[in-house]
Design a protein around this ligand. Sequence first.
Ligand SMILES: [Zn+2]
Length: 355
Amino acid sequence: MSGQDSQKTPVKPTTFRMPDGRSFYLYGDFEGAPEWPWLEGSTDRSFSHRRWHALRREWVVYSAHRQSRTYKPPADFCPFCPGVANGEVPLKDFSIAVFDNRFSSLQKDAPQPAPITGLEDLPVASAVGNCEVIIYSSDHKASMASLPLARRELLVRAWGDRIRSLLDIPEMQAVLPFENRGEEAGVTLHHPHGQIYAFSYLPPVINAMAQSFKEGFDLCALTGKKDYVVADAEHAAMLVPPFTRFPYELWVVPKRRCPSPDKLSDAEVRDVAELLARAANTYDAFFGRTCPYVMLVYAAPKGFEDVFPFHIQFQPLLRSPTKMKFVAGVEVGAGSFLVDILPETAAQHLREVEV
Ligand SMILES: [Zn+2]
């Protein structure tokens, strides 16, 4: 990589503390000084815990307080729009805002739970972690793909900064930023936003990936396999992996192995930011509608920085313009995915889309 290509712009948020103890970060420009008088005296603190699922051999997190929450905003109220009374972002304008989720499933200070009466042998553990909301824009009608390139670059840098900051907390082992897009993916708030989860343990999918990378799986090499590449940039590629579980998965993979977005050069950030929009636009053009998807930002968990490459996976929930891809039956029951289209054919279809 040439000197200019390795240039890296630092990102530093302006940090605030909300009256209920939550952290609040602003990336990029903003107008105004945030105050949340409606949160003064708020002492809503409840904790989650984990229980071991002996048959699946994985932890399940229980947040009983989320089910009974009384927070029911009116239909036309968006707590993520700037300057809304009782909202989360009391500012005239902002670029990107990140704050602790008001009803977090995981907590930084979750205590060790007591054994369950009558089931003292069932392993239980504290649900130490963190859940953040990341708002991409003050514009309610924007989306990740509609943002100007510079804002999407800031989004990639903000992910990197949050991943690094959260992994600096001794208990945290892995951080997963993600976005659910569309009502079919469970979205109820339409303001463009995603979430960032930090875990004090390795969740099963991230653990499996980490083990595979440790054993030498070379994800970056896929960026050179032209049958699978849908869009090629200088420093990153958008590709269908040769082993998709969803019919039209797209992954955005930097060509250089990099553990986290905060280690990307400006040139790499630009290519990743461009391909992220390209992926969403490719789906919308291909399916002829706004495609619901889950976007997953994978960065190296603690201890796997030398082997685990940062990359982003899109799992679209459509298999045709009118057909949802439901995960059910043998996929839920056996964990065995059945796909009707070969990955190389899916790649060819997506390559033919004009965006
Ligand atoms: Zn809004």
